[in-house]
Design a protein around this ligand. Structure first.
Ligand SMILES: [Zn+2]
Length: 446
């Protein structure tokens, strides 16, 4: 009997870095030529910059190519031809699927994919699921609303492609989803961290089911929010479900570009067979190649054709890890996942604040509930930062002690003092997909 293979793609996932770069450069040239010749948007962009595809000769030349950003994608779709503007690099009749971004950062961007692109999406997700231990023996539950958002659609097809049995939980409500998982003895599911915690809460409080003891879930894959790479949030999820929790990062405009393997080295592999990731210094614009230094991600999807994503400035803040993973994959690792958003990091009372730092503190205090909200506003000329939390009912009596620990930790980790308000258990909003916990009310007032 053959021993089980360790990687979804044993060739690409173990290519030496040098060969990976050769492969990336070859694919990069190919996608740039496609865009230049067939997408009027890219043709205009490159001509205006005085650039021709033939100018790319070395790996370092990649950084000379003009970047694109989300605002440009929004702008182009305001114009004919409907609905994608002139950005497509294939004829519209080759487009087989429509998706759009969630619009959390503005007007939604429309996304077009061909059948081949969609197959590629599923292949990217196969790398993710296989590296996280999913096999043909798994029964995978998909508890999300199948609709216009990419969400876990590609995860669904990938789980089928690698031979697992897929249970689509679409329009079922949360309780019905939990009961179905129990009835079918599902082994794993895919969800946002917010919903992973929310489902556990519903199971315990509404159904009297302890997910860690009464259900057979042993593996959960997260997406959509940074939670699974925040150690304290990951721990909460793992304890609630008695399961291993793995992170993956993807985006509608880009694809599913990174994943945490079962070795969990403290970061996520970049799928360098399908994506070329660069990190740009926010201040100087220089490309950062050394480990440990934060910068903005600029990413290219090397094999996505309908609406090419070439040197997309994602605003995600990442850094290369200074360690290699013991799993044997040669794909580089981004340390700690996405560590912030260039446009989320904001100055409060003159101090730089990343909202994920608040999450890390709140989730590190076991007496606090999973939900919280942060509101930044202005009182006169002074910034005011206000944190709403819930305390577990059985720990109410220790309120003073809990609050003083919370304040100390917040001061230590974020250098800020907060007004804290305790809300009745279960009264803060619950979310099914992405949570909106950080509200900055100062911007609207200009
Ligand atoms: Zn690994």
């Amino acid at each position: 009997m053959l021993s089980e293979q360790a990687y979804w793609n044993p060739i690409t996932e173990t290519l030496p870095q040098e060969k990976l770069q050769t492969l990336q450069l070859k694919k990069f040239k190919r996608i740039v030529v496609l865009a230049y010749e067939h997408s009027p948007f890219y043709n205009r962009l490159y001509k205006e910059a005085g650039f021709e595809p033939g100018d790319i000769k070395t790996y370092e030349d990649v950084r000379k190519i003009p970047k694109i950003e989300k605002g440009m994608m929004r702008e182009v779709q305001q114009h004919e031809p409907f609905p994608y503007g002139d950005m497509l690099a294939v004829p519209l009749e080759q487009v087989t699927v429509f998706r759009q971004t969630s619009g959390t950062t503005g007007t939604p961007v429309y996304q077009a994919d061909t059948w081949q692109d969609w197959d590629w999406w599923a292949e990217c997700w196969c790398y993710i699921l296989y590296s996280q231990g999913y096999r043909d023996t798994d029964r995978v539950f998909l508890p999300f609303g199948y609709n216009i958002f990419v969400a876990f659609w590609a995860g669904h097809y990938a789980a089928e492609k690698l031979g697992a049995e897929v249970v689509p939980g679409g329009v079922l409500d949360t309780q019905a989803r939990i009961l179905k998982m129990q009835e079918l003895k599902c082994t794993s599911f895919l969800a946002t961290p917010t919903y992973v915690l929310g489902m556990a809460d519903t199971a315990r409080n509404r159904l009297g089911i302890d997910p860690a003891k009464d259900l057979t879930i042993n593996r959960i894959t997260c997406a959509g929010e940074p939670g699974a790479s925040i150690p304290t949030t990951k721990k909460r999820m793992e304890e609630a479900w008695g399961a291993k929790v793995y992170d993956h990062i993807g985006a509608t405009e880009i694809g599913a570009w990174s994943y945490e393997c079962t070795e969990q080295p403290g970061g996520l592999h970049v799928n360098e067979a399908f994506f070329l990731v660069e990190i740009e210094d926010v201040e100087t614009g220089e490309i950062i190649t050394e480990p440990g230094k934060n910068g903005k991600m600029v990413i290219t999807a090397l094999d996505r054709h309908a609406k090419p994503c070439i040197r997309f400035d994602s605003k995600d803040v990442i850094r290369w890890a200074d360690y290699q993973c013991s799993c044997g994959r040669t794909f580089r690792i981004i340390d700690g996942g996405i560590v912030g958003r260039a446009d989320d990091i904001t100055k409060v009372k003159g101090v730089l604040l990343a909202p994920t730092a608040i999450e890390e503190v709140v989730r590190s205090i076991p007496e606090l509930g999973d939900e919280y909200e942060v509101i930044v506003s202005k009182k006169g000329d002074i910034d005011d930062i206000f944190l709403k939390i819930e305390i577990r009912p059985e720990r109410e009596k220790e309120k003073e002690n809990i609050l003083s620990r919370l304040k100390d930790q917040l001061r230590l980790k974020t250098n800020l003092g907060y007004r804290i308000e305790v809300h009745p258990w279960g009264s803060l909003p619950r979310y099914e997909v992405k949570a909106k916990r950080f509200k900055d009310l100062r911007e609207k007032k200009g």
